[in-house]
Design a protein around this ligand. Structure first.
Ligand SMILES: *Cc1c(COP(=O)(O)O)cnc(C)c1O
Length: 401
């Protein structure tokens, strides 16, 4: 028999050689007994840290009652979750799915259907932005537009053009009679923690209103308190017509949604969209428990305040280690620190891991800093201390050259 080289799990990721067996709060414990400060949070997913007692309780209680029934029937937990989320957002209605990319693709369908219903069936194109990330399904990938991710997968799905972020004139010039909407992340995550300006979002809103387009926010990274407000768009106050949410929503249980105003969702009538698992009793039960915690008075305000503290500490690191760190980016617990060209972000991520701290890299040589929203000052201080030690080790290596 021929010996296989391929791993049983398809090797599409460059994984770190570490296996975790347990998580608790801000920490992950590996099979070799090492403890890590987890400032990756499953890429902004584990909003309440690992094994938060309220989530464990919701998961196990719901798990003993009912998991899945299909969308052929009403789902109480889902109706409750949707009602609560409409109360704390711009949206009037939402569709539950299982991931971010699915939420993006559902939102795109909604936008096209809106145009169709409004007598504009030719309008299907979506204006997107350079360095965006919207997921890996074929349309989400075309919206992402990253050449490296698209290579080899055939012609990209048609209708996605990419403008530079925060450049209103280019966006305005891109609008043609086939344009249906504009898709933007209030703060680009994977792209390197790149924020839109309030003025830019206002301009996008105005362009949409002028030309009859829908404004679609990708809040997958920025939603659920990650930036220190419930939604990323709360910083600008500029409301979209459609938004995609996921990541922090289930605190680690897979769930996403696209949500919209009643006006935008005009075409989403029975039979227009579906998902076998989407919004099942177990997923929406857990997501309700996440929301219970996030909506406790002061919880998200505390994220904002702790985020201010983290920001100050990161700025301090930039001052102290200018040969390693260039600048702090972001707010709340969606922050990053850009490394100098001499220190590739991937090397920094590895160094931090060897020092006991986990963080994800991003574009523009940025290392993302994503504490769980429950992280306190002591956890932040621990992280800053490790970031400082990592910088010292790069400085020492440079001095020894
Ligand atoms: C993670 C992410 C996605 C994709 O979500 P998946 O659940 O991986 O499909 C889309 N957009 C943004 C902004 C993200 O951060």
């Amino acid at each position: 028999m021929e010996k296989l080289v391929i791993t049983a799990v398809m090797p599409t990721y460059g994984r770190k050689d570490v296996v975790f067996e347990r998580g608790e709060g801000n920490y992950l414990y590996a099979t070799d007994g090492r403890r890590y400060l987890d400032f990756t949070s499953g890429i902004a997913v584990n909003a309440l840290g690992h094994c938060h007692p309220a989530l464990v309780k919701a998961l196990t209680e719901q798990g003993q009652k009912l998991w899945h029934t299909s969308n052929l029937f009403r789902i109480g937990n889902g109706e409750k979750l949707a009602k609560r989320l409409t109360e704390v957002s711009f949206a009037d209605t939402m569709f539950f799915c299982n991931s971010g990319a699915e939420a993006i693709e559902g939102g795109i369908k909604l936008i096209r259907k809106y145009q169709f219903m409004n007598g504009q069936p030719k309008r299907y194109k979506i204006i997107c932005f350079q360095a965006a990330f919207h997921g890996r399904l074929l349309n989400a990938l075309a919206a992402t537009g990253n050449e490296k991710y698209l290579e080899g997968f055939g012609p990209p799905a048609p209708g996605y053009k990419h403008a530079p972020l925060n450049n209103t004139n280019v966006v305005r010039d891109m609008v043609d009679d086939e344009t249906a909407g504009i898709l933007v992340e209030p703060i680009q995550g994977e792209g390197g923690i790149r924020a839109t300006t309030t003025q830019f979002l206002k301009d996008l809103r105005a362009i949409c209103d002028e030309f009859g387009l829908l404004l679609f926010y990708d809040e997958i990274h920025t939603g659920f308190g990650r930036t220190g407000k419930m939604w990323g768009y709360d910083w600008s106050g500029v409301k979209p017509d459609v938004a995609a949410i996921a990541k922090g929503m289930g605190g680690g249980f897979p769930i996403g949604a696209f949500m919209a105003t009643e006006k935008a969702a005009v075409g989403m009538v029975p039979g227009t969209h579906g998902s076998t698992y989407g919004g099942n009793p177990l997923a929406t039960g857990v997501a309700n428990a996440v929301l219970d915690e996030l909506l406790k008075p002061g919880f998200i305000d505390a994220v904002r305040e702790k985020g201010e503290y983290l920001k100050g500490q990161l700025e301090g690191l930039v001052k102290k280690h200018p040969k390693v760190y260039v600048e702090q980016r972001g707010m709340g617990f969606l922050q990053g620190i850009q490394c100098t060209p001499a220190v590739p972000a991937g090397d920094m991520v590895n160094r931090l891991q060897s020092l006991g701290m986990l963080v994800p890299p991003a574009g523009e040589n940025v290392v993302r800093i994503f504490p769980a929203l429950i992280a306190d000052k002591a956890a932040i201080d621990e992280g800053i201390d490790i970031l400082s030690k990592a910088a010292q080790s790069f400085e020492a290596a440079k001095a020894a050259e």
